[in-house]
Structures are given as structure tokens and as C-alpha cells.
Design a protein around this ligand. Structure first.
Ligand code: SAH
Length: 350
């Protein structure tokens, strides 16, 4: 089915005039679409036009299959149907500065990082720009809010779905779209170098996050297959050029894993690698996943790691964790099938 959120403004006009309606109807439809209003309720459109759109097009809001609410904080995890019996996950988080959404970019992931649940159950395909917008639009509408911050840190590798992600970014930041400031959007990559190089030249002032997780190639390769293709030095070169071209600070994500990458020596090696780069390091104690082999270090080790980095002039903080009790934390999101979701989430209210 056609998803109108995937169309450009011009293509939308063409579609609407093709149906025999005047051009100004396209602007009316677009306004409703970004509010997530179902076609049947687009009250300033003629009723036969609403019926036509409802029969030909996907509804702008994604269908909510389940919603899990954290008892520890105000985090909510959404399971959305995206066709073909597949479900993806998104997370809504409340911060002092407002609402933030963590959205998925693919149905599954093919990067194979050993510590991440998104890799576990295989890859089905890409999400379209409209389906990425749909996650935000659905959560806005379900809660009567306007999400002002977005992180593309859910299921999938955004650089493996580059064109759709860039199209999403343009629509999410456009005044005709969601009107979210590009500075409030972070895109996270496991280190796909050509994607970083391309993004630098898009003129989109989003924040680039890079999942580094290790200070040496042998440790990184043991955790992340992508490192066999793009070594740490190649990755950091691309990051340096990104900073040079955009003038924007990069965030490095570093998952602390007990006995693997969490010693003071590892921290010193990391500091040496990052010296002189405009960057910030986000330390994330590794989260548990099903059949996972990695465990997190104790608090003392985590603080000591942060101290070494800060002492060496690399700004580093430990990421605050939200939604752990509903498997909504970093690396815990995964693709499911509709039947599985029904079993796993029994009792959670829709
Ligand atoms: N594919 C992109 C987007 C996913 S973002 C990327 O790799 O960056 C999700 C972030 O959570 C990444 O930094 C990822 O490395 C991290 N992550 C994955 N599994 C994790 C786990 N079990 N504990 C903590 N962080 C994890």
C-alpha cells in the first residue's frame, strides 16, 4: 500500500490531483498526516476523498501492537506492526528538556554485533522514511505530546539504509514535516565508514554517534564484525574528517563489558586514540540480552574508567539508564513476529 509520508511535497500534489482533487487538498492532507490523524477523521476533506485515501493508502500512525510502561521511570516501549507479520520497537523517554524518541531504522539488523539483541533474529528489510516518521507520529498521538528529540538508536544500522534515513531526516526537520531541530537528532552507526563520509556532506546538522566499544582492533573485531571491514584507524579518520567538514562534535558510545574492555589500560588506550578530536564519550554499562555472554563491570570499575578518560582530557559521562525493566535499554530492542509478541507481552495493556 502507498504510504503518503514517503512522498515528496510535489509527488503528494501529483497524487492528489491525479485523484481529481485540487492541489490545495494535498497541503490539508499533509497537515493531518503529520498529526497522525486517520484518513476517516480528516475533517476538512470531502467524505469520498477520505474513503478513497483510506482504501488506497497506509494510515499515517503505525498500528500499536503492544505498549510496555516502565515502573522505574516514565519510559514506554512500543511494538509497532510494519507489515508482513513483523514488529519493530521504539522507545519514548522523558527527560528534563522534554520527550525523546528512540526509533528503529530497519526490520532486524545484519551487522551481527555480539552484544546486541537486534542482531539475534535475522534481517527482514529496511523501514521506509514514512515508517520511521510513523513511529514518532504514533507516539505523539498516543500521548498527546510533541516529541522534540530523536535518536536513531533502535533496531537496525541507519547507514545500511542510508537513502531512507536521509529522506526521513529531511522530513523530520522540515517545517512542512515534523519541524524537529536537526540539532536534536542523533544518528548512531556501528562504524560504516562510507556512510559517515556521505553524511558529512548532506548539510544536516544532526549529531553523529559512533559505537566504538573498544580501544584496539582485536577487541573490537571480537565483538563487532564490521571492524573487519573498517578498522578503528579507518573509522577514526572518517570521524576526524566528519568533524572537519561539519564542525560538529561526535559522540562515541562505549559499552563497558566486564573483563573485556573495562580496565584502566583500556581507558588509556582509548584516550590516546581520541586525543585531539572534538568528541564526547558516552559510557554504557552493557545491558543483558537473552543468551548474552557479556556482563557489566561494577560501579567502581565504571567510575574509574570515566575518571581516566576525563583525566586525560577526553570528556566522558556514564549514560543514564531508562526502561531496563521493560527491555527498552540500549541493545535490548529486537524484531519480533506478531505471534511471538502476543506471547511475550501477555498482560501488558495496549
Ligand atoms: N546500529 C547502530 C544503531 C543502534 S544504536 C549502532 O550500532 O550504533 C544502539 C546502541 O546500543 C549502539 O551503540 C550499540 O552498540 C549499543 N548496544 C547494543 N547492545 C548493547 C548492550 N547489550 N548494552 C549496551 N549497549 C548496547
Amino acid at each position: 500500500m502507498l504510504n503518503l509520508l514517503d512522498l515528496t511535497t510535489e509527488d503528494m500534489q501529483q497524487y492528489v490531483t491525479g485523484l481529481g482533487y485540487p492541489k490545495y487538498r494535498a497541503a490539508q492532507v499533509r497537515k493531518w498526516l503529520y498529526e497522525g490523524v486517520p484518513f476517516e477523521e480528516m475533517s476538512d476533506l470531502p467524505s469520498e476523498m477520505r474513503a478513497k485515501l483510506a482504501s488506497e493508502c497506509e494510515q499515517p500512525s503505525l498500528e500499536i501492537k503492544a505498549k510496555l510502561e516502565s515502573k522505574l521511570d516514565e519510559t514506554k516501549k512500543y511494538l509497532f506492526a510494519v507489515g508482513g507479520g513483523n514488529i519493530i520497537e521504539s522507545v519514548l523517554m522523558r527527560y528534563k528538556y522534554g520527550w525523546s524518541a528512540c526509533i528503529s531504522s530497519q526490520i532486524g539488523c545484519r551487522m551481527g554485533c555480539r552484544f546486541c539483541a537486534s542482531s539475534g533474529i535475522g534481517f527482514v528489510g529496511d523501514l521506509t522514511a514514512g515508517q520511521m516518521l510513523g513511529q514518532i507520529i504514533s507516539m505523539n498521538r498516543d500521548n498527546g505530546i510533541r516529541i522534540g528529540h530523536v535518536v536513531i538508536m533502535g533496531i537496525g544500522e541507519p547507514m545500511d539504509n542510508y537513502d531512507n534515513v536521509v529522506s526521513f531526516l529531511k522530513k523530520a526537520t522540515s517545517e512542512d514535516g515534523l519541524g524537529i531541530s536537526a540539532r536534536h537528532i542523533s544518528l548512531s552507526t556501528c562504524g560504516v565508514v562510507p556512510g559517515i563520509e556521505k553524511l558529512a556532506n548532506e548539510g544536516l546538522p544532526v549529531t553523529l554517534s559512533v559505537s566504538l566499544h573498544a580501544p584496539s582492533d582485536d577487541i573490537r573485531s571480537s565483538m563487532m564484525p564490521i571492524n573487519n571491514k573498517y578498522s578503528i584507524d579507518k573509522l577514526l579518520n572518517a570521524c576526524n574528517s566528519y568533524v572537519g567538514v561539519t564542525g560538529r562534535r561526535i559522540t562515541f558510545e562505549y559499552s563497558l563489558i566486564s573483563g573485556v574492555n573495562d580496565s584502566k589500560e583500556h581507558a588509556l588506550m582509548l584516550a590516546r586514540k581520541l586525543k585531539g578530536m572534538l568528541c564526547h564519550v558516552n559510557l554504557i554499562p552493557v545491558n543483558k540480552i537473552e543468551n548474552g555472554v557479556y556482563t557489566r563491570p561494577d560501579r567502581k570499575t565504571i567510575d574509574a574508567f570515566a575518571e581516566v578518560l576525563n583525566g586525560a582530557g577526553i570528556s566522558a559521562t556514564v549514560r543514564r539508564e531508562l526502561g531496563r525493566d521493560i527491555d527498552a535499554a540500549c541493545g535490548q530492542l529486537r524484531r519480533t513476529l506478531i505471534e511471538q509478541a502476543a506471547n511475550n507481552n501477555e498482560g501488558s495493556g495496549k
